[in-house]
Design a protein around this ligand. Structure first.
Ligand SMILES: Cc1cc2nc3c(=O)[nH]c(=O)nc-3n(C[C@H](O)[C@H](O)[C@H](O)COP(=O)(O)OP(=O)(O)OC[C@H]3O[C@@H](n4cnc5c(N)ncnc54)[C@H](O)[C@@H]3O)c2cc1C
Length: 501
């Protein structure tokens, strides 16, 4: 299991050989992509940054400014998904709020195409600007817990492990994702699905307030009473409106001993496994979170599985599941045990930086039935690409209790989310893998209820973005018009302001 330190040491300009402006750009700015000092403007044209400009930036922040000539450039620009090879003109690593403010001001003054990097886990590489500037929040991590009021104050560059490590040992928890090195910044502005979402809702449902640096340089508190339009938009609208420097997240009392569940069946049972999952979806308590589908292992074994977790004792989980599992016949493998939730939150971590490229297709279903189970099984069992999956994850529970317009995320009637993900280590295998995911999703999509989770999207069209936000789209445009009318924040699942061409 990978462990991450909650309070990373502050990065110092002086501690990084060759990555500092003083060593490199004072003589030249030898970008791999172009000429000295060249960067992309947010509007797409090339701009030139002088050595003096870059030195000013270097002087204004405590972290390093990393240029393409730096020895650590390739390491720092690397994102979780190795399919992404974005080459920024500069990366400003920010230790403090003042650093973020100064870097953002610089980016605005020069109108540079700008990405905000938190955990760097976005599948589409939105956390690293290709040719532009990246404001790297990853050194800006930390969580403070107010146990009395059950609130966590989370810095905008934190990862999920920071949040879990600060809360779970105190007997409190919130709901976030299933891989501990995912960034809070991207996840908690998307929706934030995780093991406890059926009990406590999406992460956005538990964001009680945020502090946001808006492109006009203001640092605003947004919650239900102040700047409530911004608060509404940030919960689901991603990084469209500014940089979230702090999330205030609701916590709950929690017994960290939970039951982890996994059954593996022969692939011939795929349709029955989907049907069983759908049946279980109607009866399980909110404390149980299940998903299931067809998966091909790295070694090429295709099986189907049903698994998840239950926030309660194993005997209770068995009592709920046994009658359904018996009908499916003997599993190839069964694993059910009581585990520590903090440990469970790291179980799917894999490598900090994935070795295989990843591509997703996904969508929501507000209705599932036997016909869907059979058709999906038909596609899923054609899947023999190592690492790939065709899955349904149970939603509903507390996630469905908010109104469609309570946050930017509208698909509150979802009962299951469909996902198919493919992975390849050899770039020559990319097209075939992507085609499998695209073809599968094209066949399954008409059975769904429309919309998808924006954080799983890869290069969505404008029509897709409208579909993702449905009737909330127009209100998001209003918020965008108010806080980012120039669409400076565009490296995200982009809500275009009404004045955009
Ligand atoms: C291994 C893995 C596991 C995952 N598991 C889950 C899961 O269990 N549940 C789930 O819901 N999702 C999950 N995801 C999807 C995840 O929510 C998205 O990939 C998300 O974009 C990751 O956020 P990040 O901060 O790591 O990304 P980054 O690449 O750093 O940033 C992604 C986007 O978020 C914006 N952003 C980041 N920080 C901020 C900030 N502070 N303020 C404003 N905007 C910001 C950026 O501008 C960018 O557009 C997973 C992804 C991976 C790769």
């Amino acid at each position: 299991m990978t462990h991450f330190s909650q309070n990373l040491p502050k990065l110092s300009r002086r501690s990084l050989l060759g990555g500092v402006l003083g060593v490199t750009a004072a003589t030249a700015f030898p970008s791999r992509q172009g000429h000295a000092g060249e960067a992309l403007a947010s509007t797409g044209e090339k701009i030139l940054l002088s050595d003096g400009d870059l030195m000013d930036l270097e002087k204004s922040i405590s972290g390093p400014v990393i240029l393409p000539s730096s020895l650590i450039y390739d390491e720092v620009r690397r994102l979780w998904n190795p399919a992404i090879d974005h080459q920024p003109a500069l990366i400003a690593q920010c230790n403090t709020l003042e650093d973020i403010q100064a870097a953002f001001q610089f980016a605005r003054n020069h109108n540079i195409l700008t990405a905000i990097r938190c955990g760097g886990h976005n599948y589409d590489g939105l956390g690293m600007a290709d040719g532009g500037m990246t404001i790297d929040l990853s050194p800006f991590r930390g969580v403070e817990v107010d146990e009395t009021n059950k609130v966590a104050y989370v810095k905008g560059g934190s990862i999920l492990r920071n949040l879990d490590e600060a809360t779970i040992p105190l007997g409190v928890v919130t709901t976030a994702g299933v891989v501990s090195h995912t960034g809070v910044g991207g996840l908690a502005t998307g929706i934030g699905q995780g093991r406890l979402a059926r009990s406590f809702g999406y992460t956005i449902d538990n964001v009680r307030g945020v502090k946001v640096l808006t492109p006009d340089g203001r640092h605003l508190r947004a919650d239900a009473t102040q700047n409530s339009d911004l608060y509404w938009g940030v919960r689901g609208g991603g990084g469209n409106f500014g940089i979230v420097t702090e999330f205030e997240i609701q916590l709950y009392d929690f017994d960290p001993t939970v039951t982890s569940i996994s059954y593996t069946f022969p692939v011939s049972k795929a349709a029955d496994v989907y049907k069983t999952l759908f049946e279980l979806g109607e009866v399980v308590p909110n404390a149980m979170s299940l998903s299931g589908g067809v998966r091909t292992s790295g070694s090429g074994e295709t099986t189907c599985s049903l698994g998840g977790n239950y926030a309660g004792p194993m005997a209770e989980a068995q009592k709920i599941l046994d009658p359904y599992i018996k009908k499916l016949g003997d599993p190839l493998r069964t694993r059910m045990n009581e585990v520590d939730y903090l440990w469970l939150q790291g179980i799917a971590d894999g490598d900090l930086l994935a070795k295989s490229a990843t591509y997703y297709q996904s969508g929501f279903f507000n209705h599932v039935d036997e016909k869907i189970a059979e058709e999906v099984a038909d596609y899923a069992t054609k899947n023999t690409f190592p690492g790939s999956q065709v899955q349904f994850g149970h939603q509903a529970g507390k996630m469905s209790t908010m109104a469609r317009d309570a946050t930017a995320f509208p698909h509150r009637d979802t009962v299951f989310q469909f996902t198919t993900d493919v992975h390849w280590a050899d770039r020559r295998d990319g097209p075939a893998n992507r085609k499998f995911a695209d073809d599968t999703w094209a066949a399954i999509r008409p059975m769904g209820s429309g919309g998808f989770y924006v954080n799983l999207a890869v290069d969505p069209s404008e029509a897709d973005v409208r579909e993702a936000y449905a009737e909330n789209y127009d209100r998001l445009v209003e918020v965008k018009d108010k806080y980012d009318p120039d669409n400076f924040m565009r490296l995200n699942v982009n809500i275009k302001p009404s004045g955009a061409m």
